[in-house]
Ligand binder design. Structure first.
Ligand code: NAD
Length: 231
């Protein structure tokens, strides 16, 4: 049995990915902020070290190991820089960058011992193309690139791959409060004139964790309907 921890899997990309991987026979541990009455699920705030440690210990207790870690939980944050509060900087950085790093650190020893591991970090296209008023979000998501490349090198000899996916605009609850006018403006600059569906990200994750993708490590893949190359 291959054990997978997907953070932020109570909705959107994470929930879809849990469904897709479960159908492939992986054993999934889910997390989210919602209270859900399902097995192998923890409702948890991942902008805090204590909760992240508690999550890791829970999964190890239930599954014995984490073979695949998908750092997906994240928060979009939009504000001109001068209006960003110190507590928001702390929370968003913890959730989007620090805790993914910490969870990875907790999982790596066992992956090294087993000589198998897959780590996927869900970043964002905002990290590489830049987005006005989203500098905090972009900075935290760009941090995942550096972590991905360095860890790919450090862990290559242990059959552990580390990759990043940078989605463009994906149709999930994260963007559900954008009004119709703004949605039309967004689509105007997306070359394919459409939002990505969560399943497209899930299928890429399914490939990246498969044996067929074992040679693919240290990469960032933009899954963004063409947004990264212009409009
Ligand atoms: P979503 O809002 O549907 O899901 C986010 C998940 O993260 C949920 O399960 C939520 O409970 C969890 N989460 C949020 N804050 C948390 C916290 N403080 N503690 C614990 N869990 C928390 O959004 P989504 O679109 O599926 O986002 C998934 C990832 O994809 C995020 O990292 C996001 O930055 C990234 N992303 C999304 C888009 C997009 O357009 N939707 C684009 C680029 C990147």
């Amino acid at each position: 049995m291959i054990n997978v921890l997907i953070t932020g899997s109570s909705s959107g990309i994470g929930a879809e990915t849990a469904k897709v991987l479960e159908a492939k026979g992986y054993r999934i541990f889910r997390t989210g902020r919602k209270q859900l009455d399902i097995d192998h699920y923890l409702s948890i705030d991942l902008s805090c070290f204590e909760h992240a440690k508690m999550l890791y210990e829970n999964v190890i207790q239930e599954f014995g190991s984490i073979d695949i870690l998908i750092n997906n939980a994240g928060e979009y944050y939009y504000s001109p820089i001068e209006r960003v509060h110190d507590y928001d900087i702390e929370r968003v950085t913890l959730l989007n960058l620090t805790i993914p790093y910490y969870l990875t650190a907790l999982c790596v020893s066992q992956m090294k011992e087993k000589r198998f591991g897959r780590i996927i970090n869900i970043s964002s296209i905002s990290a590489s193309v830049g987005e006005a008023n989203a500098s905090l979000y972009a900075a935290t998501k760009a941090g995942l690139f550096g972590m991905t490349k360095s860890l790919a090198l450090e862990l290559a000899q242990y059959n552990i791959t580390v990759n990043c996916i940078s989605p463009g605009w994906v149709e999930t609850p994260l963007i559900s409060d954008i009004n119709e006018e703004d949605r039309a403006e967004i689509l105007d600059v997306v070359p394919q004139r459409r939002f990505i569906k969560p399943i497209e990200i899930s299928n890429l994750i399914k490939y990246l964790i498969s044996d067929e993708a074992k040679g693919l490590t240290g990469q960032n893949i933009n899954l963004c309907a063409g947004l990264s190359v212009g409009s």
